[in-house]
Design a protein around this ligand. Structure first.
Ligand SMILES: *Cc1c(COP(=O)(O)O)cnc(C)c1O
Length: 354
């Protein structure tokens, strides 16, 4: 039963912990390589890619940095409409890249028209986009934005952060034309924190060959040299990969379409509940996140008090992110969470509001 309605880390199924509690194999052993390869193959299906998915022993932010270091020598365009896209911009700047900002107001999607203009005015080696802004509960129209980039500047690398949506929402890496697609283990995959995944195209690796100072730990070309031997350059997070291998079986058993539909139905339940109580989603209706429902707190619910009330019942929701701390609240509908859990949570919130 789901208890953590925060956007990561989320509840992990007991069976997954069990699958992880096997003896730790050396990462350079035939037995481990077989498990690693199997897990990586299943990741490709999850990402809808024929290319490859790197499995990193670090959280998703490391993959944001990997993308920047490998696919950008100098010029990158950062699409910014929330805290995590702002962070990716900071990652680019702190790695010495010339990052330009393409901003939308928080809660509003990245607009294809100014993106088109920006790409016409200057050549960018890469564009960064966050698919699901966890800070505002907004899903950007990534497929449409990719169309624009491919049309105006076909050699520009498209990098997408789907940390809080991949495995909860359909994101078709190859069909949309994404070159670098990243996620973390502790959100929609419902694994413990510590792993990140990055789908990477051939042309992204070709681009990396031209980029200087890719660094050492996050060098995609080193990663690829080991990946083709079914392993990692440095010690792999062996235990978490057992969990990944097992959890991907559970995900495909549920069925991807069924899983995506479950997330959509749960988030819709939260939005409908909010509307019935005179509140609305923070993001425009068309762009509402399916994995982290974010509601304007127009009823002035005392979120810390509510959470204290919920914690007595073993549950927890998230307050707003950063500046939105008190004027929004967020209910994650990802991972193992079922509609019945959401219903139970909402009935407790109703009880609290009385
Ligand atoms: C949580 C989150 C991150 C940060 O991921 P870590 O795994 O904590 O490094 C980045 N982007 C988005 C959209 C997120 O929700």
């Amino acid at each position: 039963m789901a208890r953590m309605f925060v956007p990561g880390p989320v509840d992990v199924a007991p069976q997954v912990f069990e699958a992880m509690s096997k003896p730790v194999l050396p990462h350079r052993s035939k037995e481990y390589e077989a498990i690693f390869q199997r897990a990586a193959k299943k990741c490709e299906d999850l990402f809808f890619t024929k290319y490859r998915v790197f499995i990193g022993t670090h959280s998703g932010s490391g993959m944001q940095e990997t993308g920047i270091r490998n696919l950008v020598q100098k010029d990158v365009l950062s699409c910014i409409n929330g805290a995590f896209s702002e962070r990716w911009y900071t990652v680019a700047v702190s790695n010495g890249k010339q990052a330009d900002r393409l901003e939308s107001e928080w809660g509003k999607p990245i607009d294809p028209d100014p993106l088109r203009e920006a790409l016409k005015n200057k050549h960018y080696e890469a564009v960064t986009i966050v698919h699901n802004e966890t800070s505002t509960g907004l899903e950007n129209p990534v497929e449409e934005l990719c169309q624009v980039i491919k049309e105006v500047s076909p050699d520009t690398m498209i990098m997408v952060d789907a940390v809080s949506s991949l495995a909860g929402t359909k994101i078709e890496m190859d069909a949309w034309g994404i070159d670098f697609l990243l996620t973390s283990s502790q959100k929609c995959l419902a694994l413990p924190p510590g792993l990140s995944l990055a789908g990477t195209t051939d042309r992204a690796l070709e681009k990396a060959k031209t980029v200087e100072n890719r660094g050492w730990y996050f060098d995609l070309l080193t990663m690829e040299n080991h990946r083709i031997k079914n392993s990692t350059a440095m010690t792999s997070a062996v235990t978490l990969v057992y969990g990944l291998d097992f959890q991907l079986d559970r995900i495909f058993e549920e069925g991807l379409d069924a899983r995506f539909a479950r997330h959509t139905a749960m988030s819709k339940r939260v939005y409908d509940w909010a509307v019935e109580r005179g509140m609305e989603s923070y993001a425009d209706e068309k762009y509402r996140s399916k994995t982290v429902a974010t509601v304007k707190n127009t009823r002035n619910i005392d979120i810390p008090k509510l959470n204290a009330f919920l914690l007595e019942r073993g549950m927890r929701i998230a307050n707003g992110y950063g500046n939105l701390k008190n004027n929004t609240f967020r209910i994650a509908t990802m991972g193992e969470t079922q509609l019945s859990d959401v219903n139970e949570l909402l009935s407790y919130i109703d009880e609290f509001m009385k």
